[in-house]
Design a protein. Structure first.
Length: 111
């Protein structure tokens, strides 16, 4: 999966970018149809301890998944955002399965 990482108003070091790439690559285990992803890293409210924001947007066929988390570190925010996306992927897969089984049932009833 192709991931684009953008750090807004600061420069992210290669360790952080590698960490994000590893974490997002693990999402391929749950859904192999992910087309691409965009990660935005932002610093907000410099006086606040939990001022690091990670936003992740995944493009999948027919849909887009999004997660935003704010924590003390980008790594922690990324972990939480990835977990949120994993749950969204599970829901997406369940919805597709129930839709497919409903379509199959309609087709079988018409035969």
């Amino acid at each position: 999966m192709k991931i684009t990482v953008q750090a807004i108003h600061f420069t992210a070091d290669s360790k952080l970018i590698d960490f994000i790439q590893k974490k997002t690559d693990k999402l391929d285990q749950f859904l192999d149809q992910i087309i691409s992803g965009e990660v935005y890293l932002k610093l907000e409210n410099v006086g606040d301890i939990s001022n690091k924001i990670t936003e992740i947007k995944l493009l999948i066929p027919g849909n887009q998944l999004f997660a935003k988390e704010q924590c003390k570190s980008f790594e922690e925010a990324t972990d939480l955002a990835i977990e949120s996306l994993r749950k969204q992927i599970d829901k997406h897969k369940q919805k597709n399965r129930s839709h497919e089984s409903g379509v199959k049932e309609i087709i079988n009833n018409n035969l």
